[in-house]
Design a protein around this ligand. Structure first.
Ligand code: FES
Length: 108
């Protein structure tokens, strides 16, 4: 599985995505939501499994969840699970902080 660099350093990632925020990135044609919480950085699919709104437009909370901006479904960023099991879990992507940047692992 290939690892792809998203940011050149952790500081750059922190500057672009402040704590409690999320942003969308497109990596090899896949739109991914990268969220930053008190627990660190997380990467999940950007399209909400409910009706497809962009999770990167949502908010994060103290439970380490991302909250969809449309119907407020809440997804645990560590597990992908929706808090009330109303829809399938989010696809998650591994992130790795290296000396030369923040990397994401994409399935082949
Ligand atoms: S589209 Fe995300 S909760 Fe409905």
């Amino acid at each position: 599985m290939p690892w792809i660099k998203l940011f050149d350093s952790l500081a750059q990632a922190q500057a672009k995505i402040p704590v409690r925020k999320a942003t969308a990135v497109v990596v090899q044609g896949q739109e991914i939501c990268v969220a930053h919480t008190a627990a660190g950085f997380f990467a999940v699919e950007n399209s909400c499994p409910h009706l497809g709104d962009a999770l990167s437009r949502g908010t994060t909370n103290y439970l380490n969840e991302i909250v969809c901006p449309w119907h407020s479904y809440r997804f645990n960023l560590a597990t992908g699970q929706e808090c009330q099991h109303r829809t399938r879990p989010l696809k998650r992507f591994a992130l790795e902080i290296r000396e030369d940047g923040l990397y994401i692992e994409l399935p082949d």
